[in-house]
Design a protein around this ligand. Structure first.
Ligand code: GBH
Length: 463
């Protein structure tokens, strides 16, 4: 406001980067144009003849210049987007390189740089080539080679322009969503074992992409590489020892599953022990959680230049009495109950979360790569609820940076524009509205976009 800023206003540190994110499958459309191959998300939605597909989405394949113009007008420091593997390698392998796909991202990157916006690239945001899936996807350790080849090609083309690289977005969603509970592509239900094999391979794939950059590109370009982990902090429902232990299991199964091998060297002992014990009681010959060799541990350990966190809320957990031996499942291995309460809105929990991560993993820096608000019904241009969420989480993050001295690299809102929310267009996350009914997918700023622009340009948070 024009009136002097209130005492509660928070100054955002000068080196704290402010950005917005999207992913290829969620915005690009053009699913079969200019030589693009099929991904598991194309086939998953086509096969079940889904009503809402990603074939056109926001049509950003054609409208990317408008997206860049919006990012510029918002005053963003960076824009995080992903590369569609099938656009540059139609069958996922190096024997068929699609120059038109390479050029698409090169144009996007150069346009961003020309506007002074830092491009940040997610190498893999879930749209696996169908062919790679048919070869076993992340259930086959060959995936590590294919992913490494793809990552190297991406670096070869874009490394001169890009300083922040994310190898894989949210391995939990890849493995649990795609191979565990199966609500995401490729829709397999292997929640007792496939989910862990997927994790075993993805961690090695991430490490391969990290090591390739470290050895072949870092000496020249000095960029930063890391994995993106999604994790919502949760408080224990009570301070009973049972609930506190449940909180610990929750943290280890959700966060430690990925962060421990990368930052500390192996999976959390509690995961190793619980899955081994339950596997034995279930009659398995060995633990459903694969065992890393010494060599694999050393290869994965240390593959981080920062900690990238996607976070959408703060929850509450309580003890789940030891589940009976029956169907093997990640859910019973974890044995945690989420307390569902609409009254529990506790964005300050992000400050706790970031401090916890900082102390335990000692990353070189922490970046929030995604945070935002999904609104299903009634999302309008007047989206005060979204503004409140973004403001409160940013405020907790700024506190962690300024009050607690955590090295926070920045914050990215999800999402720059409304997009395909992995199954439907119902849940909106954009600060910019997309009219999916209109042939040209008209973009219109919501109130949250105006608010975010103000934050990005004044660097003051009006809490
Ligand atoms: C991320 O998934 C993905 O990286 C991204 O592609 C996706 O679009 C985004 O989150 C939003 O879902 O704000 O209360 O509605 C993480 C899994 C599941 C997290 C749905 C957010 C909704 C929380 N997401 N959840 S709410």
């Amino acid at each position: 406001s024009v009136i002097a800023s209130s005492q509660a206003d928070k100054q955002i540190p000068q080196d704290f980067l402010i950005g917005a994110g999207t992913s290829a499958f969620q915005i690009e459309g053009a699913w079969n144009e200019d030589g693009k191959g099929e991904s598991i998300w194309d086939t998953f939605l086509h096969d079940k003849n889904a009503q809402e597909k990603g074939d056109i989405a926001c049509d950003s394949y054609h409208k990317w210049e408008e997206d860049v113009a919006n990012a510029k007008a918002l005053g963003l420091d960076f824009y995080r987007f992903s590369i569609a593997w099938t656009r540059i390698l139609p069958n996922g392998t190096l024997n068929n390189i699609n120059q038109q796909g390479i050029d698409y991202y090169l144009n996007l990157i150069k346009a961003l740089k020309a506007e002074g916006i830092e491009p940040m690239i997610t190498i893999y945001h879930w749209d696996m080539p169908q062919h790679i899936y048919e070869l076993g996807g992340p259930l086959n350790t060959q995936f590590v080679n294919y992913f490494g080849d793809f990552a190297r090609l991406v670096y070869q083309n874009y490394a001169p322009y890009v300083k922040y690289w994310f190898t894989i977005n949210e391995p939990t969603l890849v493995c649990n969503g795609g191979y565990g509970s199966g609500f995401m592509a490729p829709g397999l239900h292997l929640i007792g074992d496939g989910i862990y094999q997927c994790g075993y391979v993805l961690l090695q794939a991430h490490a391969r992409a990290y090591r390739i950059y470290e050895e072949e590109f870092k000496p020249l370009y000095h960029g930063h590489v890391g994995l993106v982990i999604n994790f919502d902090w949760a408080e224990a429902a009570t301070d009973s020892s049972a609930d506190l232990e449940a909180q610990e299991r929750y943290i280890e199964f959700e966060l430690g599953w990925w962060a421990n091998p990368i930052f500390l060297g192996n999976w959390p002992q509690i995961m190793i022990d619980r899955i081994a014990d339950r596997s034995r009681l279930e009659g398995f010959a060995r633990s459903r959680l694969p065992e890393f060799t010494e060599e694999e541990i050393n290869y994965i350990n240390g593959t981080h230049d920062f900690f990238a966190l996607n976070t959408y809320g703060v929850g509450q957990v309580e003890d789940e009495p030891e589940p009976e031996i029956g169907e093997p499942s990640y859910v019973s291995d974890e044995a945690v109950r989420s307390v569902r309460s609409n009254e529990f809105y506790y964005p300050e929990g992000l400050r706790t979360s970031v401090n916890y991560i900082n102390q335990k993993y000692q990353p070189r820096g922490i970046i929030i790569t995604e945070n935002g608000k999904g609104i299903r019904q009634g999302d309008s241009l007047d989206d005060q609820e979204r503004i409140n969420t973004i403001r409160d989480f940013m405020s907790a993050l700024v506190d962690a940076a300024v009050e607690d001295g955590v090295n926070v690299i920045g914050y990215s809102v999800w999402s720059l524009i409304d997009n395909f929310e992995w199954g439907s267009y119902e849940s909106k996350f954009g600060i910019i509205q997309v009219d999916f009914e209109s042939p040209d997918k008209t973009r219109t700023w919501k109130e949250s976009a105006k608010w975010y622009q103000n934050v990005a340009t004044t660097r003051i948070l009006d809490v």
